[in-house]
Ligand binder design. Structure first.
Ligand SMILES: [Ca+2]
Ligand SMILES: [Ca+2]
Length: 384
């Protein structure tokens, strides 16, 4: 970040050398560029061993592109960086080409996150973070992050986390987060995605599948700025899939608050089904949460639980939720939802969720499905 002009000059020289070396080293050669004390202004580092990956993350600076060759990587300590990119020289951590890369936390000590980024303008994409003893991937007080086409699975706490004040303008796109379970807490903490204990505007989640986690699909506990959630699915959360005799997972699909904050999150065109609590809930957030065209189907508690907030719900669809379609307090505004008077409930084209678990398109978008679609242009989630 604060590189002097002189170091920049030297860096450019290294950058050319690096490019040549990368071209020559098609087998996945690691290029340690820190011997001269400077990193390339835009240097591509290709890694193919765990040690190389650890070193590359530790040494990343603005402009570094880390490309990870196919395989499973098992770091012995959290992959951690406090480095900042910039909007024009991002730090990128990604799979090489279309290769399949798993970063696996099974060799980490108890309680350690698998990956932790504390800087700004990171792009992390096309990677799996799995089997951590604690959180899978955590970004703390990051600005301008792009977290795309990631899988966070079977970790010992929440799969994907944004946290801290100054968490601003981050995009989480096409995340699959599933099977996360905190054994130590008997499942009470591990969410698919947690955007908790922080603040900052401009954060968006889109295209996520958040499923079979021990606690909630998505949790916005004590995040005091509005988050936008769209085109995402939360399903099968909060069930005891781990034979835990003292299981304490909750299992809301979309848990939109808690911890005393009042904040107007924006929640449009999402679906929640088969969760052990509510499909969508304010969770004591008294703010004016906006919810349009969401679908809640066959959740164990209510489809939409907004008892104390000033939330505004329009054109949402709730069907077959065992605790009721909606539990709305007098402060809410409810219009044109299928529980409102004079609104017809359209039929689902399919209630077979199999295709919702299917493979994503190569671009990372959600699989095509007719599950919970109705063909309506006015009410309910579009499931895409
Ligand atoms: Ca919980
Ligand atoms: Ca939770």
């Amino acid at each position: 970040m604060r590189t002097s002009t002189g170091r920049h000059r030297r860096t450019r020289t290294l950058s050319i050398a690096a490019a040549v070396a990368v071209a020559a080293g098609a087998g996945g050669v690691y290029l340690g560029l820190n011997s001269g004390g400077a990193q390339a202004a835009s240097s591509t580092v290709t890694v193919s061993t765990t040690a190389q990956l650890e070193s590359a993350v530790a040494n990343a600076t603005a402009g570094t592109v880390i490309q990870v060759r196919a395989g499973t990587y098992t770091p012995a300590a959290t992959l951690k960086s406090t480095a900042n990119g910039t909007s024009s020289a991002r730090i990128t951590l990604e799979a090489y080409g279309t290769e399949n890369v798993k970063i696996d936390g099974s060799k980490l000590p108890a309680g350690q996150w698998l990956a932790g980024v504390y800087g700004d303008y990171w792009t992390v994409q096309n990677l799996t973070f799995q089997n951590s003893p604690a959180q899978g991937f955590v970004a703390t007080s990051s600005v301008g992050g792009i977290f795309k086409n990631l899988v966070t699975a079977d970790n010992g706490d929440s799969g994907f986390t944004l946290r801290g004040d100054g968490t601003t303008n981050n995009l989480v796109q096409n995340l699959d987060s599933y099977g996360n379970y905190d054994a130590a807490g008997h499942g009470q903490n591990a969410d698919g995605i947690a955007i908790k204990f922080g603040s900052g505007t401009g954060n968006k989640v889109t295209g996520a599948r958040l499923y079979n986690n021990s606690d909630d699909g998505l949790d916005l506990w004590q995040f005091s700025s509005p988050v936008t959630i769209e085109h995402s699915w939360a399903f099968g959360n909060g069930k005891n899939r781990w034979n835990d005799s003292a299981f304490e997972g909750n299992g809301n699909g979309f848990k939109l608050g808690g911890g005393g904050v009042a904040v107007a999150h924006v929640v449009n065109d999402n679906a929640a089904w088969d969760n052990s609590l509510n499909g969508f809930t304010e969770n004591s957030n008294t703010g004016a949460i906006i919810l349009n065209r969401n679908t809640a189907y066959s959740n164990t508690a209510a489809g939409f639980y907004f008892a104390t907030s000033k939330s505004r719900l329009a054109r949402n669809l709730a069907v077959a939720n065992k605790g009721g379609l909606d539990k709305l307090g007098s402060g809410t505004v409810s219009a044109a939802n299928n529980w409102d008077g004079g609104v017809t409930t359209p039929s689902f084209k399919s209630v077979d969720a199999t295709t919702a678990y299917g493979a994503r398109a190569s671009s990372g978008t959600l699989p095509s499905t007719t599950f919970l679609t109705t063909g309506s242009t006015t009410i309910g989630a579009t499931m895409d």
